[in-house]
Each structure stands twice: as structure tokens, then as C-alpha cells.
Write a protein that binds this ligand. Sequence first.
Ligand SMILES: [Zn+2]
Ligand SMILES: [Zn+2]
Length: 420
Amino acid sequence: MVTTIGTLSTNEHLGDNHSKIHPNQTEYKHKMKKTSNTINGNDTVRYRKEITYQLYETDTEQVVDVIDNDEQLKHSTSSDQENRNVIDSNVKNVKRKYEYVWLNIIVMASLHVAALYGLTLIPYAHRATIVWAYLLLLLGSIGVQAGAHRLWAHRTYKANFGARLFLSLCHVVALQNDVYEWSRDHRAHHKFADTDGDPHDSTKGFFFSHVGWLLVRKHSEVKRRGKTLDMSDLERDGIVMFQRRWYIPMVALFWGLIPMAIPVLCWNELPFNSIFICIFSRYVIALNLTWCVNSWAHMFGNRPYDKRLFAVEASIRHLLMGEGFHNYHHTFPWDYSASELGSMDVFNPATAVIDFFHWMGWAWDLKKVSPAMIEKRKKSTGDSVWYHKRNTSFYEWTTGTFTILSPLAFGLYLNYVLSG
Ligand SMILES: [Zn+2]
Ligand SMILES: [Zn+2]
């Protein structure tokens, strides 16, 4: 059963950390007008940032109120008074100092070199190895998107033991820290989005929000604010805690050994090819796609739902497989689809997976925002330039399928041509 949450009320919460605004503030209206695509480049970022911050500081009334009383939704929907006080060096013009973590820098650089080298081996590998590496990439992204992100970090639906076990194993294949840590970082990202309390604050630049945040010590605000997050729901989840406890052996098995061994045992692939293609290349490509949600999807796109947020409906949404509707997602983070539309209307494989679990009876209480609430919110805070035309679902799915299959097709083509 899909639960629609969204009875409109005079008090309607922002689904995020973001500003509580007073509708009659003329100053606010004036500022909002100025943000609407009239200022370009860095000025836009800086200006948007200042506005967001000022709203934290000055607003006293809530226009938007959380629509749901479900305890679990609090993790993804509650606006926090504290957010307003996040010390933000971007606004305060405090010079940023990064403390480099050289071990991480060396490891990450080596991984990327190994991944590039792995790509050069594609022409000489068994074709099944290329398909296998691609499947691993998809499995990992399902674990991250449908699992760590929508199930655990945001609690957008509930799932049985089988679904949670499957998703937690897929999440290990992706190797992006255990679900608990992933969810803590992600809850901080939403609650303190694009401030110093956000682990990958996009106002610190594309590189920082993409990968740089993993190469430097966490900002003190990230640590401080991270401790204020309620993670008790995940502490009660046996699968999450099991994965956390046994994470390193599980990574060795499901990220490394099994992905490498299957091609060697099943179709006599060279271990060397298998290690570089199925582990390093596959891993680094998947990482960069996930990181694009933090970087690209906070910069390049439009803002039909809330123009005050940095998050955008990403221009590369098809490549992001369902996580590209980021302006919507930051506006309504409790929506299981992470987009206004369902899995059949837009290219959103992660939603399709959850729908499939739902059909099997493995997932339930799928939370969806009502169309009336979405419309109200768009009118209230969206960028009207983008109350946009909708593509047909045929266009969405053919474009999406083509987009994500073309790298595989290209790899197989190279292999076919160059291997003779
Ligand atoms: Zn985001
Ligand atoms: Zn999220």
C-alpha cells in the first residue's frame, strides 16, 4: 500500500533543514526575486548562500509544517532550530583551511590510476567479465540508492528481512562505508545542507563536494552536528549493526573476493584482468557516479520545487539512475521515489526496485507526497521558470536505458573490435 502523506495545513514543514519563511516578509520576496536566474556563476552561489543563511537567522514563523506524525519520518523531515546557528565560513568569510589526510589522498589517487589501467584491459578481457563488472556496478548502486539512501537514511519505506539483507549485501558491494556511517553522513547532509555542518557542502566547490571532502579532516561543525543526529532507529536494526560490526570481512568477500573469483572460476578469466576490471574500474566508476549526486546535482540543473536550495533537478539525471531529481528530494526527502513522479513516468530504476519489492510483499508503507502538496510547494517556493513540460515516460525510459547501457555497449564493442 502506498501511503500518501500530505494533508495541507496552514503550517506545512519544509522537508529539510531549510529555511522557515514568513510569507509576508517583503524583504524575503525581494530576495527571492533576485535569486531567480538573474545572477550568474559564483555570484549566484554566493547570493543564494547569503539568503539561505539570513533566513536561518531571521525567520520566526513556520509556513510549512511536517505533515506526518510518524516517528521515523523525523529523521528526514524535521526542521531543526539549531540549523539556523550553523557557523558558516562561506557566509562569514572565514578563510577555509583544510587539513589533508595524506593516506586517503594516496589511496584515492591510486584507485583512480588502477581504474584507468583497468579500462585499458577491457579489449583483452573475456566479454562476460565486462558484463559481470557492469552488473556489479548496478547491484552496488541499488544497495546505495534503494538501501542506504531511501530505506535507512530517510526511512521512506519499510522492508522485511529478505529485502534488507539483500540491500545491505549490495551496499557492501559498493564499498561506501557501512550503512550506519553512510546514513549519518547523509542525514547531516540534509539537515545542514550546504553549510559547514554538511560533510560535502557544495558551496566549497565542485571538487570538494565530489571527492575532496573524503581527503581532508572533517570540519569541526560536521563532527559537532553529527553527534546531535538521532541514529537510534539504525541501532535497533539488526542487519545494519551486523553489517557495521563485520564490515571489513564482508567487504573483503563481497567487494573483493567474489567479484574477482567468479570470472576466474566460471570462464577462466585471468586474475589480473578480473582484479582491475571487476574491482578497481567498476568501483571507481560507481563512486564517481554517486559523488555526482553531491556535486553535480547541487550545481547544474533547475529548481522547480524550492529555488532557495542548492540542490537541483540534475541535467545528468538519467546517468544518476533515480537520484538526479535532487531539488525535489531535498524539498521532500521522505518520498520513497526521490522524485515527483513514479518509476514508470521517469527513468528511476531505484524506485522500480522498491516497487518490485512492494509487489513481492517485501516492502510496504511506501511514502509519497500528495500532488496537491507538491503543487502548493512549487507555487510557494519553486522557480516558476521550471514549472515545466513533462517528457513522456517512453522518452524517459528509452533515454535512460540508452544512457546507462551505452558504456557497456562501448566496452563490448571495443573488446570485439580490438580483440579480433
Ligand atoms: Zn544533496
Ligand atoms: Zn537524501
